[in-house]
Design a protein. Structure first.
Length: 312
């Protein structure tokens, strides 16, 4: 059994997806559709812009989705469809890419939703008030205890349970900085502040959750072709109303990635393809379950290689 997973923020690079667009007309059509939906030349920013501008949350989110969907269209051009897939999943914003890939939301609507999501998440907390940090070498329960100790009346929460030795905490900047110090005292191999401009996946994101509840209520969302392994549940869902509610919960809830991979393995998944930019999720999958064959598919060469592999 195979699952397709889709990356989140942090995977963006200038030039990502350009070779796909030049090789596959169906991939180029995705970038054109996203540009039209947003009323701007986002593809120009992705391919020839400044990394600081691309990294802005409001740009990175629809951009990464565009690359993931362009990769999907390239795969489809080579005859690889969701017929060979049992689940889709995505890390944070990647959940929207997963739903678009599974036909639950149109590409144009997904681009507009991610522009709203990125803007709302950026505006939920003033710059400099919030922060996030990666705690390496601590499991989820230990990281949760560190976050609780560091809070001291402020918000500091375990935001991303990425793999057995990587948990991200999020909240007020002072509290997160305390967590970095405490984590090292509790045996973390490393504890580092992340270069993000807002405390994603914490309760401080409540204003963004309200904005997304409104935005999601105004788009068509249908049953995905295959179940989505939802971030906040770490289990498969297909009901559109449930998915809509979970996308709202996801803004303030933890990304339960480690548990999501464990769930897929328990359901019989033996192969996971990371669709789009970067290789971060593939690395996490390998650290979570060595029995799963994980590969990143994000370039024309990658697409042709997996197509050839499946034909043989």
């Amino acid at each position: 059994m195979r699952a397709f997973v889709f990356p989140g923020q942090g995977a963006q690079t200038i030039g990502m997806g350009q070779a796909l667009a030049e090789t596959y007309p169906a991939a180029k059509a995705v970038f054109d559709e996203v540009d039209d939906a947003l009323g701007e030349n986002l593809s120009g920013l992705i391919w020839d812009g400044d990394i600081a501008d691309l990294t802005l949350t409001r740009n990175a989110q629809p951009a990464l989705m565009a690359v993931s969907l362009a990769t999907m269209r390239a795969l489809e051009s080579e005859g690889i469809t969701l017929d060979s897939v049992s689940f889709v999943a995505g890390h944070s914003l990647g959940e929207y890419s997963a739903l678009a890939a599974a036909g639950a939301i149109g590409v144009a609507d997904t681009a507009r939703l991610l522009r709203i999501r990125g803007t709302a998440m950026q505006e939920a907390v003033p710059v400099g008030v919030g922060a996030m940090a990666a705690l390496l070498g601590l499991d989820f329960e230990a990281a949760k205890a560190v976050a609780e100790e560091a809070a001291q009346g402020e918000v500091c929460e375990a935001a991303n349970d990425n793999d057995p030795a990587q948990v991200v905490v999020s909240g007020h900047k002072d509290a997160v900085e305390r967590a970095v110090v405490i984590a090292k005292e509790h045996g973390a191999k490393r504890a580092v502040l992340l270069p993000v401009s807002a405390p994603f996946h914490s309760s401080l994101m409540a204003p963004a959750a309200e904005a997304m509840a409104k935005a999601l209520s105004e788009v068509d969302l249908v049953r995905p072709a295959v179940p989505l392994v939802a971030n906040v549940l770490a289990s498969g869902v297909s009901d559109p109303a449930t998915i809509r509610a979970l996308l709202v919960d996801q803004i303030t809830g933890s990304v339960r990635w480690r548990e999501s991979v464990i769930y897929m393995a328990a359901e019989g998944v033996t192969e996971i393809w990371e669709i789009g930019a970067g290789k971060a999720l593939s690395g996490m999958v390998k650290r979570i379950d060595r029995g799963i064959a994980a590969k990143a598919v994000g370039s024309p060469d990658d697409v042709k290689a997996v197509a050839l592999e499946l034909q043989n």
